[in-house]
Design a binder for this molecule. Structure first.
Ligand code: 2P0
Length: 343
């Protein structure tokens, strides 16, 4: 095989997303097909930036995450996606990914990572796939990543085809549809004890509430879409809190129960409800971790953020706004270590 072009690389980026109607459970583990749909808002600035380049033939693939070589599991997940799209035989690749927010802390780093990787691989191998196909590809890496392909509000379609080709996200409303803010109250930025993939599979297999949880999703998707269409903050908050608590209830009822909440998580939820009772436009959601995300209209952001920062147990806050979809482009120059003549 000829030596691949080494003097340019791809720069891809994608944002995390926060689900308003949650995804929790797979109907097919191998193809990563969800049991039900979900709906999310893509969040700026939470970003994964991924650089991709070819390496000189004869070198091994190199996968780096946040400045260090990826462990075997992460490397395998990344390279599995590369293998899916790359023509065979392919040159070795260098993939270098950096998150600007805590990895594995319930802040959906796998969503932005696999969305960025999907658009990045598509550009590296010059495939020009359509966005639905890229969303399928991202889904194979991580279910929530299918939604981060899109800016603004996106809906994941569970699909019905056995090969998963119709299980991808679609754009619902662009990022400027509704100027909402999401303030993340970080109470613990460390890795979660049970990852989402394992937590949702354990819930599916052992929770007597799992089927009941899945049954809630279709109506909640309709309610959320209607609230978004009408920019009805109260209605959106009602469905988002309901979907969050029903998802966690199904997980808690697994055997043994999967519990992502801490004491401080519940304290923050109670506080958000008190603020709302006092007339503040706020609602909460919580993913597979202890951190609490608070939605509010853009004009209330400073008030909500200052109030959250004053609460015991809140280590820091991250202020987010609706973000754009995943992008990738070529850049000049090589990535270090890819050409043996220069190392
Ligand atoms: C969501 N979460 O809808 C839900 C809410 C966490 C709680 O999607 O196994 O990391 O890689 O498909 O995408 C997290 O699940 O799981 C998730 P995999 P993923 O955002």
């Amino acid at each position: 095989m000829q030596n691949p072009e080494l003097n340019r690389h791809v720069v891809a980026s994608a944002h995390a997303n926060i689900a308003l109607v949650k995804y929790w459970g797979k109907r097919d583990k191998k193809l990563n097909l969800p049991c039900a749909g979900s709906l999310s808002l893509t969040l700026s600035p939470l970003t994964t930036r991924t650089e991709l380049a070819f390496r000189a033939v004869g070198l091994d693939d190199l996968v780096e995450i946040d400045g260090t070589e990826a462990d075997a599991r992460a490397r395998q997940r990344v390279l599995a996606l590369v293998e899916r799209v790359a023509p065979a035989p392919r040159p070795p690749v260098h993939i270098r990914s950096v998150n600007d927010f805590p990895t594995a802390a319930g802040l959906a780093s796998s969503a932005s990572a696999f969305a960025a990787l999907s658009v990045g691989c598509d550009r590296l191998f010059e495939l020009n796939s359509d966005v639905a196909h890229l969303s399928v590809l991202a889904r194979l890496g991580s279910g929530s990543a299918a939604r981060s392909l899109f800016g603004g509000f996106a809906e994941m379609k569970p699909g019905s085809a056995s090969d998963g080709s119709d299980a991808h996200a679609v754009a619902l409303f662009p990022k400027d549809h509704w100027p909402l803010s999401v303030v993340i109250a970080v109470v613990d930025a460390g890795p979660k004890p049970v990852g989402s993939t394992d937590g949702m599979e354990h819930t599916r297999l052992t929770s007597p509430y799992f089927a009941a949880w899945v049954d809630t999703v279709a109506a909640d998707l309709e309610a959320a879409k209607s609230a978004l269409r009408d920019r009805d903050f109260k209605a959106l908050g009602q469905v988002a809190e309901r979907s969050c608590l029903q998802m966690h209830a199904s997980a808690m009822a697994a055997d043994p129960g999967v519990l992502y909440f801490r004491g401080v998580t519940l304290d923050l939820i109670a506080q958000v409800r008190r603020w709302r009772a006092a007339g503040w436009p706020v609602f909460f959601t919580v993913d597979a971790g202890p951190n609490v995300k608070v939605f509010c209209p853009a004009e209330s952001t400073a008030t909500v953020e200052t109030a959250l920062q004053a609460l015991p147990g809140v280590q820091r806050t991250i202020r987010c706004v609706p973000g754009s979809g995943a992008v990738a482009q070529w850049a000049e120059g090589s990535l270090p270590g890819n050409n043996p003549t220069f190392v």
